[in-house]
Write a protein that binds this ligand. Structure first.
Ligand SMILES: CC(C)(COP(=O)(O)OP(=O)(O)OC[C@H]1O[C@@H](n2cnc3c(N)ncnc32)[C@H](O)[C@@H]1OP(=O)(O)O)[C@@H](O)C(=O)NCCC(=O)NCCS
Length: 153
């Protein structure tokens, strides 16, 4: 799969096994219940998974995990290193995931986000996602999950 040059010096490219230490550090800094190495290793090997990283000056600064199976694609995970946020990196990763989902002939891109995560919800709304439902007390039996979708057709 191709890599995409973005802002000067920032590259979006497929995730590789050698990226996992840096990814796990960002993941642990970003989530109260972070994914473990096995989750990312699975994404690297699964036939319908398309994980990407954003790299700047040889350093991993963010990543997105996309799954695309037949007509439906899903964003499974996205995070940006805390010291790199607010610079448009997540937007680049989302725009790239949307391009890849379209290439895979997905008709719909879906995701779930914690209802208290206003920065992520705003990011997804900026990308064109709309709210389609709520899963009550989905996260740790406490926070609701907001379901969001983007039509790709
Ligand atoms: C959510 C997250 C991925 C955003 O990454 P980022 O690189 O800072 O986002 P960007 O700079 O690309 O911002 C894109 C848009 O998102 C929204 N956004 C991002 N951070 C925001 C914040 N703190 N407050 C409000 N809106 C925010 C804005 O609309 C922004 O567009 P704008 O600058 O044109 O207004 C990042 O905060 C993160 O890694 N959080 C922890 C992990 C997480 O919650 N992931 C989502 C799980 S569902």
């Amino acid at each position: 799969m191709r890599s995409m040059p973005t802002q000067p010096g920032t590259l979006i490219r497929p995730m590789a096994e050698a990226d996992l230490d840096a990814i796990l550090a960002i993941e642990q800094a970003s989530f109260s219940v972070p994914w473990k190495r096995d989750h990312f290793a699975h994404e690297l090997s699964a036939p319908y998974s398309f994980p990407f990283v954003a790299e700047h000056a040889g350093v991993i600064i963010g990543y997105v995990c996309l799954m695309s199976l037949f007509e439906e694609a899903q964003i499974l995970d996205i995070a940006v290193a805390p010291d790199q946020r607010g610079r448009g990196i997540a937007r680049l990763l989302m725009d790239y995931a949307i391009i890849v989902a379209r290439e895979k002939r997905a008709e719909l891109l879906a995701l779930e986000v914690r209802s208290t995560n206003s920065s992520a919800i705003t990011l997804y709304e900026r990308c064109g996602f709309v709210r389609t439902g709520v899963r009550s007390k989905y996260y740790e039996g406490r926070d609701d999950a907001v379901l969001m979708e983007l039509a790709l057709l």
